[in-house]
Every structure is written in structure tokens, then in C-alpha cells.
Design a protein around this ligand. Structure first.
Ligand code: FAD
Ligand code: EPU
Length: 280
């Protein structure tokens, strides 16, 4: 690892170590803890990495540098009882959801159980049937072409699992507005969200592989096509939830990719991959 004069820490790392699916080849990873380091890291084309929970990275890795926000952008420790908060984009969502509940603040119940950091949750507009991060997002702070800019959430055109960030933008911070409630009421609102997750596998995955087609569920369609347990190498369609592809241990990106294609081939309705694919 080398540390640049800007403070950015640079190391070549297998992205399998930084993604929840545990596949993917090497990249030059730039970890940054402040805007100066982030400016240095984004001075050339880059890919922004959050918690790596929605990524399929090719076995060959990626040529671009990968920029990961470090602890300087993780504000979960300072999350208090204010209803209007600016939080760093590296703040892990699960801790944020817990802290909001404990502080009796409502608004994040729907994103319970999503293993993202805030930046990745906004870039994907992460959510469930109960709501999305866009429900509480007011404003974002971005680094674009070396300049820090603020944009209202409305400028990101947030839709189902989609946000339009300006090209080459690195999300640094976001302003969320929560609603005063009580820990008990927030916990009660979380119960159905938690229950909806009961059928999801705990095994190594990147969440749902495909977006739900309008009016239906990809999981239901893949299940109905009899594809649970379908396997390429160590990549398998989960027996628990058919829209999860799990890594049984030694799966490669090529295995996962071939399995995605086979599922798409065998399901009569076109299925769009939800994951971001890097290095293809
Ligand atoms: P990453 O996967 O690291 O990146 C995703 C995208 O965001 C990439 O394009 C990346 O470039 C971009 N990005 C990340 N950080 C930044 C930044 N700072 N600036 C600019 N762009 C950035 N998703 C749901 O929506 N609902 C669910 O219920 C759900 N359940 C899941 C359950 C499991 C077990 C797992 C493993 C995943 C699940 N997911 C779910 C998928 C995933 O957690 C979400 O898509 C999440 O939003 C990805 O966030 P991340 O921080 O991991 O981003
Ligand atoms: N179903 C099956 N077989 C399966 C899986 C599901 O028949 O193997 C059926 C269920 O019985 C149910 C329907 O399909 O009738 C919907 O299933 P579920 O409630 O599990 O929801 P989903 O549409 O599969 C969506 C999101 C999840 C989110 C859950 C909970 C997408 C692609 N998926 O799943 O998000 O956690 O709702 O709200 O939108 C993700 O995006 O990564 C993700 C996990």
C-alpha cells in the first residue's frame, strides 16, 4: 500500500475481498478519508465502490481505479436525535437504521436489512416493497470534476433501483429528513419489513440478481420455471429465494455470468440484471 501526498491510500486488491458476492479480480483501490484525497483519486476515470453488495466484478478485474470512501465519510457515530441530518456516504445503512430506531426517528424502516453504505443506497435507490431511501433523501453533496456541488434529491430522478448521478460524480454526503416518532412505533413498523426478508438466504450473495418486471416478481418467475438449485460451478440459484444467486464457495464471475444468462434464457419474461457489472 502507498499513501499519496493527498492522503489517499492506494493498493491493488482483489475485488472479491470487497464485494459481498466474493467474486472479482484485481483493481487499484484508492481509499479516501477527506475531500482532498477524494479529489486526487477522482482526477482520472474511476468507479465508486460502496459496500460492494450489488456488484458483479469480472474475474479479470477492472482497469479503472476504484474509489472507496473511508472512515472520514462514516458518520454513524454522530447520528443523534436531529430529524434533519447530513451523513457521510460511507455510513453503513444497517447501523443508521438501528440508530434511527433507538432515537425514535421514523423514515428508514423500509431499508432495514440492506447491507449497503449510504452512497451505494442512494446510487441504487435501494429499497423494499415498503419504501426506498428516496423517501427520506433531501439533498446530496457530490464531487464532480474536482468541485464539491450540492443537488436536491429531485435532480437525481430516483426511481425503482435507479438514480441518475451526473457522470463522473462521487457522492460524498447526503441530507436525510426523518420524522419524530418513538422507538416502539419505529420497531413495530420494521416488523413487516423484517418478515418479508425471512425467505431470503443468508448465504454469500449480492441480493436479488434481477429487477422485478412490472407487476410481477423475478423470484416467482424463476421459481415457476423450476430453476431453484440450477448451478454453474459454485454459483447456484438459491433454494430459498429464486432471485438470489449464491456463491457456494469457489464461484467465479464467469460462473455467475453464465448462470445469469441461463436463467434469462429459461424464463419466458425478459429479466433485467439489477447488479452493476464491472469489467465487462
Ligand atoms: P455498491 O454495490 O458498492 O455499488 C452499487 C452502485 O453504487 C455502483 O454503481 C457504485 O458505483 C455506486 N456507488 C456506490 N457508492 C457510491 C458513491 N459514493 N458515489 C457514487 N456512486 C456510488 N437492495 C435493495 O434495494 N433492496 C433490498 O432489499 C436488498 N437486499 C439485499 C440483501 C442482501 C443480502 C444483499 C447482499 C444485497 C441486497 N440488496 C438490496 C442490494 C444492495 O445492498 C443494494 O443495491 C445497495 O444499494 C448497494 O449499496 P452498496 O453500498 O453495496 O453499493
Ligand atoms: N416467490 C416465489 N419463489 C421464490 C421467491 C419469491 O414464488 O423463490 C414469490 C413470493 O412467494 C411472493 C413473490 O414472489 O409471492 C414476491 O417475493 P418476495 O416478497 O420475496 O419479494 P421479491 O419481489 O422477490 C423484493 C425485492 C427485494 C426486497 C424484497 C422485500 C426486487 C428485485 N426485490 O423481492 O430486494 O428485499 O422485495 O421487500 O425488487 C434486492 O433488490 O436486492 C432485494 C433483495
Amino acid at each position: 500500500m502507498t499513501t499519496r501526498p493527498s492522503g489517499a491510500c492506494v493498493a491493488v486488491r482483489p475485488l472479491a475481498q470487497l464485494t459481498t458476492l466474493r467474486v472479482g479480480g484485481p483493481a487499484e483501490v484508492w481509499e479516501v478519508d477527506d475531500v482532498t484525497a477524494a479529489r486526487d483519486a477522482t482526477s482520472e476515470p474511476f468507479l465508486a465502490l460502496g459496500a460492494g453488495s450489488n456488484l458483479l466484478v469480472s474475474d479479470a478485474g477492472v482497469d479503472q481505479r476504484v474509489v472507496k470512501l473511508g472512515r472520514g465519510f462514516d458518520d454513524v457515530r454522530t447520528f443523534g436525535s436531529d430529524t434533519d441530518v447530513w451523513l457521510g456516504a460511507a455510513t453503513p445503512l444497517p447501523g443508521l437504521v438501528r440508530r434511527a430506531r433507538d432515537a425514535g426517528l421514523s423514515g428508514l424502516e423500509a431499508v432495514l436489512g440492506i447491507p449497503a453504505v449510504l452512497g451505494g443506497a442512494i446510487a441504487m435507490n435501494a429499497g423494499t416493497r415498503h419504501g426506498e431511501i428516496s423517501d427520506v433523501l433531501q439533498e446530496v453533496e457530490l464531487l464532480v470534476d474536482g468541485s464539491v456541488e450540492r443537488l436536491p434529491a429531485s435532480a437525481l430522478d430516483l426511481q425503482y433501483r435507479r438514480a441518475h448521478l451526473p457522470s463522473g460524480a462521487l457522492l460524498l454526503r447526503a441530507r436525510l429528513t426523518l420524522t419524530p416518532s418513538t422507538p416502539e412505533r419505529v420497531a413495530a413498523a420494521m416488523a413487516p419489513v423484517d418478515a418479508a426478508r425471512a425467505g431470503q438466504p443468508k448465504a454469500t450473495s449480492a441480493g436479488c440478481a434481477f429487477k422485478n418486471p412490472e407487476g410481477d416478481s423475478a423470484g416467482r418467475l424463476i421459481d415457476a420455471a423450476g430453476l431453484k438449485g440450477l448451478r454453474v460451478g459454485d454459483a447456484m440459484v438459491s433454494h430459498e429465494h429464486a432471485n438470489f444467486i449464491v456463491n457456494l464457495g469457489q464461484a467465479t464471475a464467469a460462473d455467475v455470468d453464465a448462470l445469469l444468462a441461463e436463467v434469462q434464457r429459461r424464463v419466458s419474461v425478459p429479466l433485467e440484471v439489477e447488479w452493476r457489472r464491472w469489467g465487462y
